[in-house]
Design a protein around this ligand. Structure first.
Ligand SMILES: Nc1ccn([C@@H]2O[C@H](COP(=O)(O)OP(=O)(O)OP(=O)(O)O)[C@@H](O)[C@H]2O)c(=O)n1
Ligand SMILES: C[C@](O)(CO)[C@H](O)COP(=O)(O)O
Length: 221
């Protein structure tokens, strides 16, 4: 059995829009519906857990009606942080023999091949985390405020989906929250697991700030 937890429990403060960015329309459909559709296109049998802010449940119901959106999802209430939202999503998955992908609701352009690869590798290795190489140079900011060049080949930019054996990631999330947990791989790693990376995709952007929305309107695949 395969699950996906789509986390859309955030408020989108960096987007500075009236409604959370996951509900904004891009190319004729709310961002979140594009994201859900990607996973449904990957598999019509995947179980979709959708994490939403409690105060936006009505917004979601209204949008479902407005766009006649019929893909079946199990709605779960989000938490104050992404970590808490993922943990709430994991709590409703009882099948410990299954695999679970965790994906940001605001990454609507994830290619189907990345989802496929992610489940395939996680089944073999326990985890699969989408990542891409850097295209820009980077510098490290030192404690005295000066900066120093570092080798960009030593780094990767991390995306979602981040896919795991359900038993592994549920157990890993039974820890107190830490500020260092910026994604799910960091939680699994803190529990002692080695993380397997898979090739992500440059189109798989996380819509975070207003410029991202401008790019998103141009994506045509
Ligand atoms: N309490 C939270 C915070 C974030 N997320 C989700 O995690 C994903 C990545 O987070 P981010 O881009 O930071 O979204 P926001 O927290 O909404 O944005 P911001 O940090 O600008 O407020 C988003 O799909 C977001 O909805 C969540 O489910 N629950
Ligand atoms: C999970 C994530 O999208 C991987 O790149 C990212 O860490 C989320 O960060 P945010 O600060 O919650 O947007």
């Amino acid at each position: 059995m395969e699950y996906v937890i789509i986390v859309a429990g955030g408020s989108g403060s960096r987007m500075r829009s009236d409604i959370p960015k996951q509900f904004l329309e891009v190319r004729g459909l709310p961002i979140l519906m594009h994201t859900i559709r990607r996973f449904y296109e990957y598999s019509q049998h995947i179980q979709i857990v959708l994490v939403l802010p409690v105060e936006q449940l009505e917004t979601w119901e209204n949008l479902r009606e407005k766009y006649a959106f019929t893909i079946d999802v199990k709605v779960v209430i989000g938490g104050k942080t992404r970590f808490q939202s993922v943990r709430n999503g994991l709590q409703v998955i009882d099948n410990l023999e299954s695999m679970v992908a965790i994906h940001d609701g605001v990454r609507p352009f994830v290619p189907i091949e990345v989802i496929q690869r992610s489940f395939q590798v996680a089944k073999e290795k326990g985890s699969a985390v989408a990542a891409v190489s850097l295209k820009d140079s980077i510098r490290q900011v030192l404690s005295d405020g000066t900066t120093q060049s570092v080798n960009r080949a030593d780094f990767r930019l991390i995306q979602t989906p981040q896919t795991f054996q359900t038993s592994l990631i549920k157990k890993a999330f039974e820890v107190p929250e830490s500020e260092l947990f910026t994604d799910d791989a960091s939680v699994a790693e803190a529990a002692g697991h080695k993380i397997s990376l898979i090739e992500g995709d440059y189109r798989n952007i996380k819509i975070t700030t207003p410029e991202d929305l401008e790019w998103a309107q141009c994506v045509s695949y």
